[in-house]
Design a binder for this molecule. Sequence first.
Ligand SMILES: Nc1ncnc2c1ncn2[C@@H]1O[C@H](COP(=O)(O)OP(=O)(O)OP(=O)(O)O)[C@@H](O)[C@H]1O
Ligand SMILES: [Mg+2]
Length: 314
Amino acid sequence: MDEDDTSIPEAAPAPLVIDVEFVEKEISSPQFEELGQAEIREPLNLPRAEKTHAGKARVVSVINQKGGVAKTTTVINVATHLAINGVKVLVIDCDSQGNCATGFGIDKSRIRYGTRTLMTSPEDSIRARHATAIENLHLIVGDRSLVGIEDELVSQLGRERLLSEGLEPLLPHYDLILIDTPPSLGLVSINALVASDAVVIPVQTEYFALEGLALLASTIREIRHRLNPRLGVDAVIMTMHAPTLLNGQVAAQVRETFPDLVVDPPIRRNIRLAEAPSHGTPIHIHAPKSAGGQDYANLSNALKELWGFGEKNE
Ligand SMILES: Nc1ncnc2c1ncn2[C@@H]1O[C@H](COP(=O)(O)OP(=O)(O)OP(=O)(O)O)[C@@H](O)[C@H]1O
Ligand SMILES: [Mg+2]
């Protein structure tokens, strides 16, 4: 082949936009009043989860394969608020990014047994738990050792049930096990769903928010059908909500899509929530009176009531 044939033509220069003022402002013209028709508007009928077996922790996965929708923020802050209020909570970080450890101020580089241990040597489950600075709240750390686990386990029999088996000995010791999941629907997330009684789905009230939800819904139905008949949905929560027309319209669509499952009001976008992890402290310690602190306190109280912890811990 002629050497010249392997070269590719130079990229055409992109048109430059000059002198545009980048100011965030709302455009209100009739053509923007309604969002397009491309999104899901049909209700996505998902089963509600059943009650937990007596004497065992309720296992709840916070899941949405879309990245950056506040899964980890929700896990950290709901777990903290409930633990402060006397609920015995174990957080399991199934994400190799390991953000839960950072959010609780734990140095994950010094952790020996973590979520990987739970999945690969269930006999060591008990040793994988670590205490946090918050009473009643333990953490199983996720870290880089989870990278590649999906490929390693591909030929293992019963690979979808590994987390469930690792969790079994821990169930009698907690009221709630809250699982943070990675932004994918791979084997680790499937393990989380198989191990769970219920899911909580955070949805950011932004334009692409609804696009992946049909896939998530069909994954939940499939797991229920084939692997875990108990699995259901406890709540859909709206996150990072700002008082704009667009956010309001997406919120309305989320309510239409999950008429019985949405917990209102949405969690507001709030800088204190974004900065709390950099201090290694949950919002209820960093800035409990902030809008974010109040919103997560309200959400946690609603979930506490739904899960029946109030009656148990009074
Ligand atoms: N209500 C909020 N207001 C402002 N910032 C927020 C809010 N909730 C979350 N954030 C910030 O948004 C970013 C994404 O949140 P988070 O890490 O919780 O999402 P995630 O769904 O866990 O992401 P990933 O899919 O990567 O695991 C973080 O920087 C977090 O601090
Ligand atoms: Mg996360």
